[in-house]
Write a protein that binds this ligand. Structure first.
Ligand code: RB5
Length: 155
């Protein structure tokens, strides 16, 4: 992760993602990224929506920040994080999905499944996510439509 320009990373996990979160946090810090860790602090059971909400709010409140959330599958974290306006969380289990999540969807939170992918693949996915820019253009129009859904009164 050495070539990626430093950006603030908000990271969090539940118990299932704790070990992988610790490894990714250390890797990111070694690569020069300022990292804020929102827990968990051990492999004791915690509820993933609590951690997802903390990370998601922090990403939205910090200019240019990115979030990384780790649970068993990535799914619960992404569902919870996407309830926070301004968050576009994507579950990524491969590099092509991570690339498209950034270049097409302008995702600002990466959700990973510690029970689904290896540590090695997780590190490569994180790197791809952080180094891939949003393409804009036609994708900007679509992301704008996602944003509009957040203030859509018809629920
Ligand atoms: C915890 O057992 C598990 O449900 C959680 O880590 C996550 O995979 C939920 O989506």
């Amino acid at each position: 992760m050495t070539q990626v320009p430093a950006m603030r990373i908000m990271i969090g996990s539940d118990h299932a993602g704790y070990e992988l979160k610790e490894k990714l946090r250390n890797l990111l810090a070694e690569s020069g990224h300022p990292v804020s860790d929102f827990g968990s602090e051990s492999a004791d059971p915690v509820d993933y929506p609590d951690i997802a909400a903390r990370v998601a709010r922090s990403v939205v409140g910090t200019q240019g920040a990115m979030g990384i959330l780790v649970c068993g599958t990535g799914t619960g974290m992404a569902i919870a994080a996407n309830k926070i306006p301004g968050v576009r969380a994507a579950v990524c289990s491969s590099v092509p999905v991570a690339h498209a999540a950034r270049s097409h969807n302008d995702a600002n939170v990466l959700a990973l499944g510690a029970r689904i992918i290896s540590e090695e693949l997780a590190a490569v996915i994180v790197r791809c996510f952080l180094e891939t820019p949003f393409e804009g253009g036609r994708h900007a129009r679509r992301v704008e439509k996602i944003r509009a859904l957040e203030s859509d009164g018809q629920r």
